[in-house]
Design a protein around this ligand. Structure first.
Ligand code: SF4
Length: 236
């Protein structure tokens, strides 16, 4: 268990604070190494680009749930090449995964929220906990505009769901339009699913395209109540 940093000591952060400055504020507060969680979404690729001057000091990790779309794996390869990154991949524990699919089949997550959370716990949350072990904090591409479960995110916060680690969200104030414009301007590798109506991309069987007027995360676990739409990686 880490000793939680004292957020009362940090400078005031507002919508005008740049993502890089938010990162620097968090980094200066962290008492140890940081890791960046990358799902290869457009938000995370933009985040990598904005922090490209600092990537030598940050471990970039990704979680291969075993159910990701092929487009995401291909994007991951392009991103690694673009930023000359060695991605630290984490995968679910094989014993737990084998037990889950033997006991409940390959689509138990569609049956109820408890089963869905169980699948996310085995495929995402447990690997995340290993990825964060020994870290003082982690950096994410969370934005307030991504949906109802993220509208209260802070730029720098204490992640009590992960042992009091520091959580740094440099894009928290950015809009989707800003992210799209930056990716375009910098010609970043973009997951082709984003252009096919998928603003948010997770595991293939739990993600669908959305209508233009829907919430960004409406296509994730679309059969559930919006208030439940987190996989456990970003519990608050
Ligand atoms: Fe399982 Fe779906 Fe969660 Fe992926 S998003 S871990 S397939 S429930």
């Amino acid at each position: 268990m880490n000793t939680a940093p004292n957020l009362a000591t940090i400078p005031v952060i507002g919508v005008e604070t740049s993502p890089e400055d938010i990162y620097r504020i968090g980094r200066d507060l962290a008492d140890g190494p940081l890791a960046l969680a990358c799902s290869f979404s457009i938000d995370d690729v933009v985040l990598l680009d904005l922090l490209r001057a600092h990537l030598a000091d940050i471990e970039v990790f990704a979680i291969d749930t075993g159910r990701l779309p092929e487009e995401t794996y291909r994007t991951a390869e392009s991103v690694a090449e673009r930023f000359d990154l060695r991605i630290a991949w984490y995968a679910p524990r094989s014993e737990a995964l084998e037990q889950l699919v033997r006991d409940k089949g390959l689509f138990s997550f569609r049956e109820n929220v408890a089963n869905r959370r169980e699948c996310c716990r085995i495929r995402k949350v447990e690997p995340l906990q290993r990825a964060l072990r020994g870290r003082a904090g982690w950096i994410t591409g969370l934005r307030r505009g991504q949906g109802v479960t993220r509208q209260d995110c802070d730029a720098v916060e204490i992640d009590s769901a992960n042992g009091g680690l520091l959580k740094i969200n440099p894009l928290v104030f950015w809009t989707r339009q800003q992210v799209l414009a930056h990716a375009e301007e910098r010609r970043l590798p973009v997951n082709p699913l984003h252009r096919q109506g998928y603003p948010s991309i997770g595991c293939a069987p739990c993600t669908r395209a959305i209508e233009p007027d829907e919430d960004e995360r409406a296509g994730r676990w679309w059969w559930e109540d919006p208030a439940h739409k987190e996989c456990g990686l970003h519990r608050r």
